[in-house]
Design a protein around this ligand. Structure first.
Ligand code: GRF
Length: 266
């Protein structure tokens, strides 16, 4: 599975909160396209502290432009705790969204939520190594506890995996190991399977081969087209990915022991 131990020099290990400081689980999201899964994470998990982002409008006491959730979750959970289905996790914050495609809707969604963004298109770099170095550098600066690939259409390099061992997860629209690759939904319709689904897995150096963390089945109905099936798959994705991130933030997901690929979820 190739997930190395230890951290790449220069890339921070997960931050420990200072005494008295509220624990925060920091995530970076990589996306390429529409970003509907990014939106689901924003809506269901992202709880930024209040941030004053524009104070120069009125120096005499006029309202500053204030954004953020102030640590007050939008659900029923008490401040500082992201809770659902009995899962207690620290406050979760998306600290960075990286996109490889200019004009992608994912960037717009992040900006609208007041989240820091970086556009890192591969075409801006001499070669893949240089691109990957820029990606790792930017990720390391953001100090995420978890890197989430949510519709990121590039293979992440071993440099990223080395910098964040067992801290990179991917969302896939099929029940892996069935239908890996980029056409999973139409492949499932064409093959005629009666059940497909959604997988969240740790990323390893292969394509959609990393250890499975969570899966949920979706029935394929007679007459389904790739579009109708995709709509039901996305509904499941929008629930399963945030729920899995919350479990990881709560410390309830254990990477496989050496020689195994079984992920333990408490
Ligand atoms: C999702 O179906 C995900 O499983 C796949 O790419 C799609 C991204 O959709 N890897 P969106 O950009 O989150 O809307």
């Amino acid at each position: 599975m190739g997930q190395p131990d230890g951290d790449t020099p220069g890339c921070a290990a997960p931050r420990e909160p200072a005494p008295g400081e509220e624990p925060v689980f920091r995530i970076a999201v990589l996306a390429s396209g529409s970003g509907s899964n990014l939106q689901a994470i924003i809506d269901r998990l992202h709880r930024p502290l209040f941030e004053v982002i524009d104070t120069d409008e009125d120096a005499t006491g006029g309202a500053a432009n204030v954004q953020g959730g102030g640590g007050a979750p939008r659900g029923d959970a008490p401040a500082g705790v992201a809770e659902a289905g009995g899962v207690h996790a620290p406050r979760i914050e998306i600290v960075l969204v990286i996109c490889d495609t200019a004009g992608a809707r994912a960037l717009e969604r992040a900006e609208r939520a007041g989240i820091r963004t970086a556009l890192i298109p591969v075409g801006d770099f001499k070669d893949r190594d240089e691109h990957d170095l820029a990606l790792v550098t930017r990720l390391c600066e953001a100090e995420p506890d978890l890197v989430v690939l949510a519709g990121y259409m590039r293979i992440v390099s071993s440099a990223v995996l080395k910098a964040f061992p067992w801290r990179v997860i991917n969302l896939h629209p099929a029940l892996l190991p069935m239908f890996p690759g980029t056409h999973s939904i139409s492949d499932a319709v064409r093959y005629g399977v009666k059940v497909t689904g959604v997988t969240v897995h740790f990323v390893d150096p292969g394509v959609d081969t990393g250890p499975v963390i969570a899966q949920e089945a979706v029935r394929v109905e007679d007459g389904d087209t790739p579009e109708t099936l995709a709509a039901r798959i996305h509904e499941v994705e929008h629930r399963l990915l945030p729920a899995t991130i919350r479990l990881i933030a709560a410390g309830r997901v254990k990477p496989p022991l050496p020689g195994s690929r079984v992920v333990q979820v408490d």
